[in-house]
Design a protein around this ligand. Sequence first.
Ligand SMILES: [Zn+2]
Length: 128
Amino acid sequence: MRSQVLRFKEQEIAAASSARRANRVIVVCATCRLQLCSFEDRIEVKGSHDHTFSNPVGRIFPLRCFSRAAGCQQVGLPTQEFTWFPGCSWTLLHCRGCVSHLGWHYSGPLNFDGLITFRVKDMEVKNV
Ligand SMILES: [Zn+2]
């Protein structure tokens, strides 16, 4: 009986791991669903993937950090004004699909894209 349970568990684990191989997670624009980057592009900046900041007028922005979000385009000239990451300059990031403001590209001592949590979504897709 016990070995049957164990065998069943092993089959479950094997099935779950093959399902993980069959699917992957991408990060998309919440508005137009354009793929921005892959879930594997997540990085930690200053010890965390997720951050929360408020801008000078008190608007709160939860932010997720990615090495690069190729589905975004940088808009404007880099500035350090009110930067949330000391020493880093930022430019706006707009969606290449629908031009929504999705976050900020940071450059300088750190180079990464910060995407606004509620303007992007994780989406599971079949591997091809
Ligand atoms: Zn979009």
